[in-house]
Design a protein around this ligand. Structure first.
Ligand code: SAJ
Length: 432
């Protein structure tokens, strides 16, 4: 079939390549000329294992072309960003609307439009449908309209795109079946059809909410455990031997572009978010807890040098979106500014220092972040915080740390270090 994929980002690009590599004729559309230009030159702008070869294969076969022009196609797939406004706690649906408006003039009878972007319940019908119907065609009768949420895990996108089960829901049964036929062409998992598009939207959101709330539970358990002097990770491992218990892992917060955001989408037209919003707030409070842990050992943070190892939002990826490490860095700066203000208000003299935060990450390539080498980052550090569970951090060079660091405090928020080994060498290892 001919397919036009809207948005060549984390989801749209792998999806377009997947469809092309399964024999479909695909146009990848993006409104950003630089994205399209670099892809046309064979440059893959998204950092994801295996994606370069996968997209190159699709481009070289001629089944995938990229363009800044929307084309008429049997299937229109929308995979555009739905950014979240942190102030209003609402989704920005402008890109969904724009996609609909871009598709409308090309829409023909018998076409199918699929929305893959994660959206608040009701968006397919209330936001996308009216913009598409400006074409004069009616959803459900003249063209099919369906929501089919993506569920892939960054770091394993290509495999999960193929293997995960999919849930899809259309504005009517004919719509749903039209989309089933498309996804059947590459999905090896099961395809489930929801009652309608709003249900499919809801399903996606509660999947990520489930994970977020469970991580909040793990984080709260860790905080309670600290009050009792209990190692929560050991306790969680023991608890999880029960056949119906599966507690998640505590950490310095929840990052990425999904879990910190999607639960709020459920509040779009509902006042019910109570446990869900509390869970969000617990997860958001974890960088603050790391600061408390540092203060407990170091006292004042003013004039201190702290190395933060791992800037990506999770292990073994280079993605820094909503990374807890960046929140931690910002909150450390604020904490020291508050210390200085309190000192000034109390008439005490201030040291000129501030706080020296050093960032290291073997995966992140962001030039704006001022990342430095591992040894340089820990050199003269009063404390090192391991904030992301990259595999590399399990094998940190103890002798170099001994030589380089000014202090001996390691805050291992993800429990990657062998505590006994490091303690034996004289380090203080604190875990969440
Ligand atoms: N985290 C914990 N403790 C845990 C598990 C994770 O603190 O026990 C943290 C991670 O460190 C990270 C954050 O949670 O900061 C999110 O990581 P993740 O691996 O749980 O999920 P994402 O955001 O990479 O991808 C999620 C996935 N959703 C679910 O597993 C339900 C993925 O399948 C979705 O496709 C993706 O969101 C999305 O795009 O919605």
């Amino acid at each position: 079939s001919t397919i036009c994929v809207h948005g060549l980002g984390y989801i749209g690009l792998p999806t377009a390549a997947m469809l092309a590599n399964h024999g479909h004729q695909v146009t990848g559309y993006d409104s950003d000329e630089t994205v399209v230009q670099s892809l046309a030159n064979g440059d893959i702008h998204i950092d994801e294992p295996g994606l370069r070869a996968f997209v190159t294969q699709a481009l070289e076969s001629g089944h995938l072309t990229v363009s800044t022009e929307v084309e008429a196609a049997k299937y229109q797939i929308v995979a555009v960003p739905t950014p979240f406004d942190d102030e209003t706690k609402e989704a920005t649906l402008d890109y969904v609307k724009e996609a609909g408006e871009a598709i409308a003039p090309h829409l023909r009878e018998g076409d199918t439009v699929v929305l893959e972007s994660t959206v608040p319940p009701g968006t397919t019908v209330e936001v996308l449908q009216p913009t598409l119907e400006k074409s004069g065609l009616t959803a459900g009768t003249d063209f099919a309209l369906v929501h089919c949420p993506e569920t892939v895990l960054p770091g394993d996108i290509i495999t999960e795109l193929r293997q995960n089960d999919r849930v899809l829901g259309g504005v009517n049964g004919v719509s749903t079946q039209a989309a089933v036929r498309l996804y059947e062409s590459f999905v090896e998992g099961d395809i489930y059809t929801a009652e309608n598009a709003t249900t499919a939207e809801f399903v996606k959101l509660i999947q990520n909410t489930f994970r977020d709330v469970n991580i909040a539970l793990a984080n709260e358990i860790a905080l309670v455990g600290e009050d009792y002097g209990v190692d929560s990770r050991e306790a969680i491992e023991m608890a999880n031997t029960h056949p119906r218990v599966n507690i998640h892992q505590p950490g310095p917060g929840v990052g990425g572009h999904c879990l910190p955001i999607d639960p709020w989408f459920l509040g779009y037209d509902s006042e019910q978010l109570d446990l869900i919003s509390t869970a969000r707030n617990i997860n958001d409070s974890m960088p603050g807890h790391v600061i408390e842990m540092l203060r407990e050992e170091l006292g004042s943070l003013e004039g201190k040098r702290i190395a933060l190892l791992g800037v990506a939002y999770k292990g073994n990826v280079g993605d820094t979106r909503q990374s807890p490490t960046l929140d931690l860095a910002a909150e450390l700066q604020e904490a020291v500014a508050d210390e200085q203000k309190a000192a000034a208000d109390g008439g005490r003299s201030q040291s000129a220092g501030g706080i020296d935060i050093r960032l290291h990450d073997p995966y992140v390539e962001d030039q704006t972040l001022d990342l430095i080498g591992l040894e340089e980052s820990v050199s003269d550090a009063d404390a090192v915080v391991i904030a992301t569970d990259h595999d590399e951090y399990e094998e940190l060079p103890i002798d170099r740390f001994e030589e380089q660091m000014a202090g001996s405090l390691l805050v291992d928020t993800k429990a990657v270090l062998d505590v006994d080994v490091w303690t034996k060498e004289g380090f203080t290892v604190e875990r969440i």
